[in-house]
Every structure is written in structure tokens, then in C-alpha cells.
Ligand binder design. Structure first.
Ligand code: FA5
Length: 338
């Protein structure tokens, strides 16, 4: 029996098999256990010798079981380890990294310049009230300048703002002079798109109000921005222009050149001294809200520009529509650059 048991033990390939063998021989009703039970029926003189014999068998079987169990456990552990092994020398999976959109990078640069000059930075609603987008900015409904900015109209006299200038009004209604603020955000125009015009684009609006603010301050501010963008030798150019909310008004351009010798006047935006009608409209709104009339008699300037134009030159993007077509071949070039 010992021989058979040990052969079976050594043949067991799994811990379950081994448990079966163990039960069959040394379990409660196993063969060895039963054999021990027969001792009582033997004559006393034979009992001792037979008992010793069976015990020896049992010990041999137990020893074989313990040894086989050790071997099988180790094998099971080895199999588990090798099936779950991690090869730390394999190259990792590349995690796609994002990057700031080129327009946000230009915004960050521009806003950094104005923050260093002490300006507050705000945003505002893209769905705007007609009154803030036009009337309060001295653009009455019959004014031809409304044709200059074709509008996406919504319901109830609301619209998608055509410029960031309505934030001039909102900011002045909320704050008293003196103030310096820049506004960033999206604007919308219902117009055909081409390489330099989109129906959704961005603007940076600047507004400064205080005692004795003059056109010289405006020119100095734009020149400071140009130096921040293009270095100490940057040049700016102002040309008279018309916007109903400023008087006098101007368009400004910045001289841009790159190391490859390319250069041109970059038409950036419009600007001017705040029109008295705008201050009056602000005071009317303030009064309606129970606030003091504090703007009539003030002076100030405003400007508005399009960061897309700067980004197109800076990154050599030939068509403004590439910025918003979400083509990974374009935006992928800005990966990982924050
Ligand atoms: C305005 O929007 C005025 N609110 C700017 C202003 C503010 C003047 C404060 C005076 C005082 P304009 O329509 O010219 O002005 O637009 C300003 C700039 O936005 C343009 O110079 C240009 O850089 C950019 N821009 C205008 N239309 C588009 C367009 N369709 N696509 C991309 N950029 C545009």
C-alpha cells in the first residue's frame, strides 16, 4: 500500500489531485486510517508490531505528501509569476500630450504685457444685448456703421457680440474711474470667410479711463505692446479711422519682420478716445441701477485687436481657417508646447 500511495503522490500533477490522494489514504475514512481501525480486533501480542508497521506507512505517506505539496505549490507560484510578469525593459506606450492652442498662446503673451502694466483682465458674455453691442457704443439702429459688422441675431434683441467693445460698457457700469482693463474673448460676424476672415474670431479689447488721459497715452500704450511683442525696435503706425464709439479714431499697425527677412505692416486693430456719448450711455445705465453718474467729463481711450493676425504671422499659418478646422495635422504641431 505504501508503494502504491507514494507512486500516486508522485504522479499528482495539481494540488487538487494531491488532495484526492491524501483523502484516499490518510483521510478520515482513508485506507491507512481504516487499517489502524482493525488493530483492535487483533490478538494483543500482534497489535504492537502491526501498529508500528501501519504508523511507519503513515509517516512515509505523510512525508511524501508534504514533499509533493511543496513541489506543486512552487510550480503553481512560478506559473503565476511568469504569466503576470512585466517586462520593464519594453518601451512605454506614448501618452498623447496636449498643447495650448496658438491663439491662446498669443493671448497669454498679450495679456502678460498688459498685466505687467497693471491692467485688470476680464471676459464677458458672448450672447450680448443689442443695447450694449450697439446703442450704448453710440451706434443707433439707423447708423450706417451697423452695416460694417454683420450680425448673428438671436431672439429678443439679443445677438452674438460682434466685438468685445460692449464689455467697455459693462465694465464701466460696474467700476468707477480711474481704471485700466483688457477683455479677451470670442466674437462673431455673419460674413463670408476667406484666408484672413473668420465668422468666429477673437479680440483683445483695452480700456483706460482717468483724469487727463490723452491720445499720447494711447499711442504710448500701443507702442509698449508692440515692443513687448516684437522687441525694443518695434514700430507702430496710426492712421485716422472711424468708429462711432471713439473720437478721434484710428487704425494701428505694427511693423513685423522675421529672421528670414520677411516684413510688413501688420494691421492689428482700431482705437481712439472714448466718445462722450459712450460715457453718457454708461452714466444712464448706472443711474438706472441706482449708481452715481461718474463718467461724464472723464477722458479715456480704447482699442480692439485681433490675435489671429498676430498668430498667423508668428507661426506662419497662411489661412485663418486652419485655427478652427480642428485638423490634427495643424494643431498637432503645437503639441506639448504650453
Ligand atoms: C472693432 O471691432 C472695434 N470694436 C475695435 C475698436 C475697439 C475700435 C475700441 C476702437 C476702440 P474692427 O471691426 O476693425 O473693429 O475689428 C478689430 C480687429 O479685429 C481687426 O483689426 C482685425 O484684426 C480683427 N478682425 C475683424 N474682423 C475679423 C474677421 N472676420 N476675422 C478675423 N479677424 C477679424
Amino acid at each position: 500500500m505504501q508503494h502504491e500511495a507514494i507512486t500516486e503522490i508522485q504522479a499528482a500533477q495539481t494540488l487538487d489531485d494531491l488532495q484526492g490522494v491524501k483523502t484516499r489514504y490518510v483521510g478520515k475514512s482513508g485506507l491507512v486510517t481504516k487499517e489502524l481501525g482493525t488493530l483492535g480486533r487483533l490478538p494483543p501480542e500482534e497489535r504492537k508490531a502491526r501498529g508500528a508497521e501501519i504508523n511507519a506507512v503513515r509517516q512515509a505517506i505523510d512525508a511524501a505528501l508534504t514533499e509533493r505539496e511543496g513541489v506543486l505549490k512552487r510550480a503553481a507560484l512560478d506559473a503565476k509569476l511568469s504569466s503576470e510578469a512585466i517586462d520593464v525593459t519594453l518601451p512605454g506606450l506614448g501618452l498623447p500630450s496636449g498643447g495650448l492652442h496658438p491663439i491662446n498662446r498669443v493671448y497669454d503673451e498679450l495679456i502678460g504685457i498688459y498685466e505687467r502694466l497693471g491692467y485688470a483682465v476680464v471676459e464677458g458674455p458672448e450672447v450680448e444685448d443689442e443695447h450694449y453691442n450697439f446703442e450704448a457704443l453710440n451706434v443707433p439702429w439707423y447708423h450706417p456703421a451697423r452695416d460694417l459688422q454683420d450680425t448673428f441675431w438671436l431672439e429678443d434683441g439679443r445677438l452674438l457680440r460682434t466685438h468685445t467693445s460692449p464689455m467697455q460698457i459693462r465694465y464701466m457700469v460696474e467700476h468707477e474711474p480711474a481704471l485700466k482693463v483688457v477683455v479677451r474673448g470670442k466674437v462673431y460676424r455673419y460674413e463670408a470667410t476667406d484666408a484672413t476672415h473668420e465668422s468666429m474670431f477673437h479680440q483683445l479689447e483695452g480700456l483706460v479711463v482717468g483724469e487727463g488721459i490723452s491720445m499720447a497715452d494711447l499711442k504710448g500704450t500701443i507702442a509698449e505692446m508692440a515692443r513687448g511683442l516684437y522687441g525694443a525696435s518695434a514700430k507702430v503706425r496710426f492712421q485716422p479711422s472711424y468708429y462711432p464709439f471713439v473720437e478721434p479714431g484710428a487704425d494701428f499697425a505694427v511693423w513685423w519682420e522675421n529672421p528670414r527677412g520677411e516684413s510688413k505692416w501688420l494691421e492689428l486693430g482700431g482705437c481712439g478716445m472714448i466718445h462722450p456719448n459712450v460715457f453718457k450711455a454708461v452714466d444712464d445705465l448706472r443711474e438706472a441701477q441706482g449708481k452715481a453718474r461718474v463718467y461724464e467729463g472723464q477722458t479715456g481711450f480704447a482699442f480692439g485687436l485681433g490675435p489671429e493676425r498676430i498668430a498667423m504671422l508668428k507661426y506662419g499659418v497662411p489661412d485663418i481657417r486652419y485655427f478652427y478646422a480642428n485638423d490634427p495635422r495643424v494643431l498637432g504641431q503645437f503639441r506639448g508646447e504650453l
